[in-house]
Design a protein around this ligand. Structure first.
Ligand SMILES: *[C@@H]1O[C@H](CO)[C@@H](O)[C@H](O)[C@H]1NC(C)=O
Ligand SMILES: *[C@@H]1O[C@H](CO)[C@@H](O)[C@H](O)[C@H]1NC(C)=O
Ligand SMILES: *[C@@H]1O[C@H](CO)[C@@H](O)[C@H](O)[C@H]1NC(C)=O
Ligand SMILES: *[C@@H]1O[C@H](CO)[C@@H](O)[C@H](O)[C@H]1NC(C)=O
Ligand SMILES: *[C@@H]1O[C@H](CO)[C@@H](O)[C@H](O)[C@H]1NC(C)=O
Ligand SMILES: *[C@@H]1O[C@H](CO)[C@@H](O)[C@H](O)[C@H]1NC(C)=O
Length: 356
């Protein structure tokens, strides 16, 4: 169903494992917060005040100096050291918010598919093309598709200020950016994802399904709506975590790789996970179940039967039979979306979905 490049995906598994760990720790730290994020009282003003306390005013998270005591710390690459110093940080102030994205927490069940797209502040071109193509907010077969870009901050000094201004200007026009005050980096992608779940609990808890993806994938979102509508017995209220599944994946141990994960971070194989380039979740799984695929029994994963002969990745009929393809440049994205939506396009090929 979802076709992604292996080399790119292994490391994302590493990140997902961090998510699992993070969600676990997050549950513990939340006990100290004096409001229940799950309680949507009728008193909206009170709710909003509580939201402001929790989301807008987090104190700055301090570096954990004793983290440097772990063995071999000084020989680790600088970005890994950064990760270890700050891995305990779970909350960051919201810089840009979209409180009414789903029409309020109660009405959020009117959103069928929420597109949650990880995008760094500098990726202006990618956001612009997505707004015009697969991430356009619309109804498909009468079901609402909504879009959110999730972002941190990038650069420093003047560059950082300029990029924040860019996001602010885009927000004014499109109302589709959720930004937190943390530094964008590959190792902070998981942080971004869990901050999103925390936000969603409050703002959009009842959406039926989510696509979590990167801003350089081609997502056949019409196809996704159709696929999700046809799921037997699942309108988003049962488990669903689907994508390109990796099993028995091991951490990268070469310290020259961008994806290097030292033993100090994890010594184990990863549990089965879906590649982070794009995966679908039900609202239920996102909100209530945690993300550990091994612990819940109801998880369905998907595979795609791809025809044996080599297919052209830029052939519209081929793409139309898939739900997600990795690595598209903005111009390719634009053209492909036009082609697969061309009413004159006739496709003889059909693809089978295997559930296992
Ligand atoms: C939720 O809020 C309502 C109204 O403010 C209150 O009566 C109820 O006890 C709260 N429930 C929980 C679980 O905190
Ligand atoms: C760990 O680090 C802290 C702060 O840098 C230091 O004070 C402490 O002595 C270290 N502990 C050990 C066991 O090395
Ligand atoms: C800081 O790092 C030390 C050593 O790894 C660890 O034992 C401690 O729990 C960390 N503190 C926090 C707040 O995460
Ligand atoms: C990689 O590891 C080797 C051996 O431990 C070390 O000498 C080298 O400096 C490391 N390289 C980086 C980029 O950390
Ligand atoms: C993640 O973001 C925090 C907050 O901005 C930063 O302190 C930390 O260095 C970042 N981590 C990495 C690995 O970039
Ligand atoms: C979803 O399905 C469940 C179980 O079949 C049902 O109780 C619930 O009302 C449905 N929700 C919506 C919004 O249709």
């Amino acid at each position: 169903m979802i076709r992604l490049r292996m080399s790119r995906l292994y490391p994302i598994g590493a990140l997902l494992v961090f998510i699992l760990v993070c969600v676990h720790v997050n549950n513990q730290t939340n006990k100290n917060v004096d409001i229940s994020l799950n309680n949507y009282s009728e008193n909206l003003a009170e709710e909003e005040a509580a939201y402001q306390r929790v989301f807008m005013e987090w104190p700055k998270c301090e570096q954990n100096m004793s983290a440097a005591n772990i063995s071999g710390f000084s020989s680790l690459p600088a970005h890994i050291q950064q990760f270890i110093y700050y891995r305990h940080c779970r909350h960051f102030p919201v810089l840009l918010d979209i409180p009414d994205k789903c029409g309020g927490s109660e009405k959020s069940s009117n959103v069928f598919l929420l597109l949650v797209i990880k995008s760094s502040p500098g990726n202006f071109d990618r956001r612009e093309v997505l707004r015009k193509t697969w991430a356009r907010e619309r109804q498909h077969n009468g079901l609402w598709v909504r879009r959110i870009f999730i972002s941190g901050t990038a650069g420093s000094g003047v560059e950082r200020v300029r990029l924040n201004e860019l996001l602010k200007a885009e927000q004014k026009e499109h109302r589709d950016i959720l930004q937190w005050d943390f530094h964008e980096s590959f190792f902070n992608l998981t942080l971004k994802q869990i901050l999103f779940f925390e936000w969603m609990k409050h703002r959009c808890p009842n959406v039926h399904f989510l696509l979590n993806g990167d801003d350089d994938v081609f997502a056949n979102t019409d196809g996704m709506v159709e696929y999700l509508t046809d799921l037997p017995g699942n309108n988003g209220s049962s488990h669903l975590y689907t994508g390109y599944v990796f099993e028995n994946a091991a951490p990268f141990r070469s310290n020259r790789s961008k994806y290097y994960i030292p033993k100090q971070i994890t010594a184990e194989l990863y549990p089965p996970y879906c590649g982070g380039g794009g995966y679908l979740l039900s609202g239920h799984t996102a909100m209530k179940a945690g993300l550990l695929p091994t612990v819940h029994t109801g998880v369905k994963t998907l595979g795609l039967t791809i025809k044996k002969q080599k297919m052209d990745e830029h052939e519209p009929c081929y793409i139309k039979g898939l739900l997600l393809v990795h690595r598209f440049l903005p111009a390719q994205m634009y053209l492909m979306w036009k082609k697969i939506n061309d009413p004159h396009l006739r496709c003889g090929c059909s693809f089978k979905i295997n559930q296992f």
